[in-house]
Design a protein around this ligand. Structure first.
Ligand SMILES: Cc1cc2nc3c(=O)[nH]c(=O)nc-3n(C[C@H](O)[C@H](O)[C@H](O)COP(=O)(O)O)c2cc1C
Length: 78
């Protein structure tokens, strides 16, 4: 995180932070406090492919479902 913040502040280059970030609150805090422009996830995303959607919900952000998923959800259950 220190590298991301330092590079961002001194050069103006946009940076991403990654590594041991596992909660929505933590990810949001990193972006809101200007430590990085983007937060990325490795293992947490592998464990939960819906991670961005879950985090958005936890943070009260309304995100659009991809068409492919809404199409499937609209199908009647057999
Ligand atoms: C299965 C797997 C594959 C990865 N492949 C790459 C890769 O190709 N290039 C890379 O820079 N980092 C790769 N990483 C490292 C991740 O980008 C990340 O730095 C690391 O997993 C720490 O973040 P995390 O705590 O969110 O998992 C990989 C990590 C995992 C678990």
């Amino acid at each position: 995180m220190a590298f991301s913040e330092a590079i961002r502040r001194r050069s103006g280059i946009r940076t991403a932070a990654v590594g041991l970030i596992s909660t929505s609150v933590e990810a949001n805090r990193i972006v809101q406090s200007d430590q990085a422009d983007l937060v990325m996830f490795g293992r947490a995303y592998l464990a939960d492919p819906y991670l961005p959607r879950r985090f958005a919900q936890e943070l009260g952000v309304d995100v659009q479902w991809p068409n492919q998923i809404t199409r499937e959800r609209a199908r009647p259950t057999r």
